[in-house]
Design a protein around this ligand. Structure first.
Ligand code: NAD
Length: 401
């Protein structure tokens, strides 16, 4: 038994988790080479890294690379997306301190985030700015602040929160999402495939011929729309930016206002990175029998309290499908409880895609370990050399015959 504190569903699941991690590891050659490099150079010797990221198999392979580089790692995940067997394997086999359960509530999640920060990490890898918000707004963590050399932030939404909700930054943060590498490779190609995978896995629905509204036509929305079209769906794009709607029109998609799209859509997918993309009044407009799901980082893109206020108690009809009867008599189905559908009903972005994303994370953290103290505080770009290095390594791995 490990001699450190952790909170997971069941340590007995470790063997299952190990199988998952091993399947993934063999398909992450870029991270594999980085692990070899880190084992030699030990960039994190004597350092602790605090992480808030979905606890799933690809993250597991990444933890192994970081610990091989000398780091002590403490991680929490997100409600509804943790793979409990991977959490168990990380604790039992990799000596990673994990505070994460698939069944965790929002309050538990916040408690776990606090537990990670209270270990006073030297570096942070964040997803959605959870650790950042706590470090900057709660005076209980002054010890942690003093130690922090720097951080990374993975997501679009986390980038917004860092720029809009924190007035005075206290350490440098490299925004992984702002790299072209992540936006193009992961957000466009990875999310497109994995969101459809999540929808199809949990529902067994045919996509061809369905009318699907994609709300938000950014990098992720473009990828989702492209994947939907590839399977024969009739795609309508809703976006608040007129120029973005024009771009969608030029790509051959139907564009519409939300109020026009909802009554005729069989499936509605939110992916704006902003709260309240689908509000209570919108929900009442939906077609009878329609599906709602979210692909953005936070479930608050859908007004879930508003949905609950409009409807009778939901029936959990399948593991990732809840049925709501609205007070106007219509039925709507919520997939994945509003969490990112590719993670709640699937395994997240494809393995090869996250090989690139986590390679960017790894080299960014190693850069911060050496240079963090001399960088200005606040959000900033990943150095171009790191992005190029990862692109070169990935292309080499993917085109090797
Ligand atoms: N599920 C995943 O695996 C995954 C992976 C990467 C990113 N994400 C998340 O997906 C979300 C979108 O990311 P992105 O990189 O595409 O962002 P982006 O900024 O490139 O695009 C967002 C788009 O939404 C539009 N928009 C904003 N508010 C809107 C509203 N109320 N109604 C309609 N359109 C609106 C914007 O005009 C923009 O075109 C973020 O939350 C991001 O963190 C999820």
């Amino acid at each position: 038994m490990p001699d450190f504190t952790y909170e997971i569903e069941d340590i007995e699941l470790a063997q299952q988790g190990l199988h998952r991690i091993n399947w993934v590891r063999e398909r992450m050659p870029v991270l594999g080479r980085i692990k070899e490099d880190f084992s030699r150079t030990r960039p994190f010797a004597g350092m602790r890294i605090g992480i808030c990221l979905h606890v799933e198999a690809k993250t597991g392979v990444w933890m192994d690379a970081l610990t091989s580089g000398g780091a002590e790692v403490v991680i929490t995940g997100w409600p509804g997306t943790t793979q409990d067997e991977v959490a168990a394997a990380l604790v039992a086999e990799y000596n990673v301190r994990v505070f994460a359960k698939r069944s965790e509530t929002t309050n538990q999640h916040l408690d776990y985030v606090a537990k990670v920060l209270s270990t006073e990490p030297h570096l942070i890898a964040d997803n959605g700015a959870e650790l950042h918000m706590l470090a900057h707004t709660n005076s209980d963590f002054s010890g942690a602040k003093a130690k922090l050399l720097g951080a990374t932030e993975e997501t679009t939404t986390g980038g917004f929160r860092l720029r809009e909700d924190i007035d005075e930054h206290i350490f440098p943060t490299l925004i992984i999402n702002d790299t072209r590498a992540k936006r193009i490779v992961e957000n466009r190609y990875g999310v497109g495939q994995s969101v459809l995978d999540g929808i199809m896995r949990c529902s067994n629905l045919l996509i061809g011929g369905k009318r699907v509204a994609v709300i938000g036509y950014g990098y992720c929305g473009q990828g989702i729309a492209r994947a939907l079209r590839g399977l024969g769906a009739h795609v309508t794009i809703v976006d608040i930016e007129p120029l973005t709607r024009l771009e969608a029109h030029l790509e051959g998609y139907h564009t519409a206002e939300l109020e026009q799209a909802l009554p005729v859509s069989d499936i509605v997918i939110t992916v704006t990175g902003r709260p309240g993309a689908l509000k209570r009044d919108h929900l009442a407009l939906m077609k009878d029998g329609a599906v709602i799901c979210n692909a953005g980082a936070f479930e608050n893109e859908i007004d879930l309290p508003g949905l609950r206020a409009l409807a009778s108690e939901p029936h959990q009809i399948m593991p990732d499908i809840q049925k709501f009867k609205l007070d106007n008599g219509k039925i709507v189905y919520l997939f994945g409880r509003g969490n990112s559908i590719n993670l709640s009903a699937g395994d997240g972005n494809p393995i090869e895609i996250m090989d690139l994303g986590l390679a960017l994370q790894s080299l960014s953290l190693a850069y911060l370990a050496t240079n963090g103290q001399s960088l200005p505080a606040g959000p900033q770009n990943v150095p171009g050399e790191i992005e190029n290095e990862v692109a070169v390594r990935t292309l080499r791995a993917w085109t090797r015959s």
